[in-house]
Write a new protein. Sequence first.
Length: 350
Amino acid sequence: MTTPAPQTTTKSQAADKDVLVRVQGLKKHFPITSGIIFQRQVGAVKAVDGVSFDIYKGETLGLVGESGCGKSTTGRTVLQLYEPTAGSVQIKDADENGVESFKELTSMQGEDLRKMRRRMQMIFQDPYASLNPRMSVGRIVSEPLRIHNIMGKKEQEEYVEALLERVGLNPYYVNRYPHEFSGGQRQRIGIARALALEPSFIVADEPISALDVSIQAQVVNLLEDLQEELNLTYLFIAHDLSMVRHICNRVAVMYLGKIVELAPSNELYENPLHPYTQALLSAVPVPDPVKEKKAQRIILTGDVPSPANPPTGCNFNTRCPVRFGLCYEDPDPPLIEVSPGHFVSCHRVI
């Protein structure tokens, strides 16, 4: 697999912080084929098209953007649930002597990749679809332990009960089935399953979007408590920008398969530089009615282009309110650091 030049260099980001996950030039293209018998590729859906970022130990990196921009595909490709088309995904791991080094996930296969999956897990978006309805809660949560041959049967039972209690569920529920639980409880079961192998890195793929508003805060508080107790690192994929500001240390904004802005959470919300980020944040409701009346909404015209046929030049030029000639002519601008830790991909800014 070839590794293209990264979309951005993150050396200045990582100079004084401990990087756990490093993603460089990651691409995931889904082929478009034609023909009934002899199928040939006639194009590709560029779901993820060259993204680069670092995730530091113990932090939560938020990934936001419109539906269909490639957020979930990015998360799944980072975990190698989808095979990358190109790019590099590295995670720091310690050997038997305790010496840490980066391991390249894209070149791993078979048993090596299976062993590395103990370090990284995923919390899925839909708690109604991600749990096997034919399996009891006890079997669902203990399944990772059985796959990796960890603990005996009695130890597994005790460990599963302790996990359920840790995520706020009654340990006596182990023999119940998913249909007997509410959405919030099912998501807690999914979180317990993700924690079973004691991972250091978790991709949370919109873990609260399918839940009632009254339950969302409980699940977010649970994730924060678990992060503090277990020193977890999250890639938090979400739509709710106000929730992202609350839970994330840094935020990456994605549009049509590419990251257009990456900055510390407060910096991004107080000083958005990319026109797309400005439009997204202008849509966030303000709890103060006086400020809400004065708020100016940025209404984007047109539709999101197809990832199978992105526009020439900057991907955002078909909807950008401040576009000019260079936006149509030059390729997508690189992600450049314009201030410490604040990266932007825009001809107007750089």
